[in-house]
Ligand binder design. Structure first.
Ligand SMILES: Cc1cc2nc3c(=O)[nH]c(=O)nc-3n(C[C@H](O)[C@H](O)[C@H](O)COP(=O)(O)OP(=O)(O)OC[C@H]3O[C@@H](n4cnc5c(N)ncnc54)[C@H](O)[C@@H]3O)c2cc1C
Ligand code: SF4
Length: 462
């Protein structure tokens, strides 16, 4: 433990956001960084607790060695701190930007927790800036060939580890760019796409092969010694109301994908919120990303509807520390809407009852209704003008087409979870990430991809 009194002397300081007024004008990174001395002071706050819940099952799914690298960072030994971090964390440049920091919620300092996420981001970016991150090419190859289907965080983490273990890895990706939801899902302002591309280039230099615009075909994959399916769980929950197929009604991930493609390639997105009244169905994180994106595209207004009641502002007795707190959070997009519109865009216990379309089949308005539990309250209907309705109501599992093609039975939750809870479906076929667990978090997908890679490795060793 570097500084026994650090947590009493230094106040918690997160990386600040750029101001709403500034960041709403572009899709560039939301965050600013603190200078090196401020980061070291933040790391000095770690108490090196007897039981570090931050790296336990309550905290980081990767079991990052948080007290160890915080101590090294406090002492100014950044390069060693980064090496310690990379022992468990494959891509800190992703988790340092998008992880909800489960570790911080499990910290013994509770609401005054360490800034582990920002500290890990500082370390990895220092690694890239100082040239400490170089391709690590395996000295020996096993001669075994592995196909990883899908290049989201689970596929990338598995490919990275399998390659380090000496296997020849090919990643097969349907999209035109690798990254899964890191590329087409999480918006550019939260995770700039050059960060994803930088990691993919590094993996290529280390020997991983990426095949893009390619659909996984079980016949063609027969030549591989093992196949790991990491296809995600992007099947969206649909809205079952009148006129659900009207023009101007889109699923959130399709809308966010079009927005990122336009940011990367220039031009107008295939679907835009520009000069439209936007209604987002779903009060969660995906809905928040839609709010932030719609505001940047120049929407006239945006509201976010949530069926559930607003969460409490404080932990309740049934949700004690060190569990993840199920409390009200106001994320960047909602803060931007408050700045632009003067009020929180979220309305709770409300849903869309009916979509109103014009003669040409284009959406013009939605009729909403208040809910008690899941039941509509008669007489509470309201009509909101709407030119773009975005459905961010959650996901119901992985694609049935891929499951059918590979002849895999899905669990009742639509996941490729083998009954024994492992990653091995049968013979040389494995699954990982959201495809195995259902829609989750980047850090969980990374941890699951690495766990699957170890099972594949054990299988290949015979
Ligand atoms: C809008 C949005 C924002 C999110 N924001 C956050 C966040 O801020 N923080 C966080 O921790 N989590 C976030 N998540 C959740 C997180 O992104 C996912 O849990 C994570 O990406 C899952 O990783 P994965 O590798 O399992 O799958 P995915 O990232 O979904 O990747 C699957 C890949 O497989 C490809 N694929 C599928 N089938 C085939 C096939 N048959 N052939 C070839 N390729 C195929 C797909 O094209 C895709 O690229 C967000 C999710 C969404 C939808
Ligand atoms: S990956 Fe997430 S949970 Fe793990 S140390 Fe980083 S911020 Fe914390």
């Amino acid at each position: 433990m570097g500084k026994p009194t650090g947590f009493m002397e230094v106040k918690r300081a997160e990386n600040p956001y750029r101001s709403e007024a500034e960041r709403l004008c572009d899709f560039r990174d939301l965050h600013l960084s603190l200078p090196a001395d401020a980061r070291r002071a933040q790391a000095s706050r770690c108490m090196n607790c007897g039981v570090p819940f931050c790296q336990s099952d309550f905290g980081c799914p990767l079991h990052n060695l948080i007290p160890e690298w915080n101590d090294l960072l406090y002492r100014g030994r950044e390069r060693e701190a980064l090496e310690r971090l990379l022992q468990t964390a494959p891509f800190p440049e992703f988790t340092g930007r998008v992880c909800p920091a489960l570790c911080e919620k499990a910290c013994n300092l509770e609401s005054d927790a360490l800034t582990n996420r920002d500290n890990e981001l500082y370390l990895i970016e220092a690694g890239f800036a100082n040239g400490w991150i170089q391709p690590r090419i395996p000295r020996t190859r096993t001669g075994k060939r592995v196909a990883v289907v899908g290049s989201g965080p689970s596929g990338l983490a598995a490919a990275d580890l399998l390659n380090r273990l000496g296997h020849e890895v090919t990643v097969i990706e349907r999209a035109d760019r690798p990254g899964g939801l890191l590329m087409y899902g999480i918006p550019n302002m939260k995770l700039p796409k050059e960060i994803v591309e930088r990691r993919v280039r590094l993996m290529e230099a280390e020997g991983v092969r990426f095949v893009l615009n390619a659909e996984a075909d079980p016949g063609a994959l027969a030549e591989y010694d093992a196949v790991l399916l990491c296809g995600g769980a992007k099947k969206p929950r649909a809205l079952n109301v009148e006129n659900a197929g009207a023009k101007g009604v889109h699923f959130a991930v399709d809308y966010l994908t079009a927005a990122t493609k336009a940011v990367l390639s220039g031009g107008e997105p295939a679907v835009t919120a520009k000069q439209k009244h936007v209604v987002v169905v779903g009060g969660g994180d995906t809905g928040n990303d839609c709010v932030g994106t719609a505001l940047r595209q120049g929407c006239n207004s945006v509201v976010q509807l949530e069926m559930m009641p607003a969460p409490p502002t404080e932990r309740t007795p049934v949700n004690p520390w060190p569990e993840w707190p199920r409390t009200l959070r106001t994320d960047y997009g909602q803060l931007e809407a408050i700045h632009r519109q003067g009020g929180d865009p979220r309305t709770y216990e409300t849903t869309v009852k009916r979509i109103i379309a014009d003669a040409a089949g284009g959406i013009t308005a939605v009729e909403t209704v208040r809910l008690k539990g899941f039941d509509p309250i008669p007489g509470t209907e309201q009509t909101l003008p709407c030119g773009l309705l975005l459905i961010a109501a959650g996901f119901v599992g992985c694609e049935t087409a891929t499951a059918e093609r590979f002849n895999v039975a899905l669990s009742p939750r639509g996941a490729m979870m083998p009954p024994d809870g492992s990653h091995r479906i049968r013979d040389s076929l494995f699954s990982a990430g959201d495809m195995r667990t259902g829609q989750s978090l980047v850090v969980r997908a990374l941890a699951d991809g690495r766990a699957a890679a170890m099972e594949v490795h054990e299988y290949l060793k015979g």
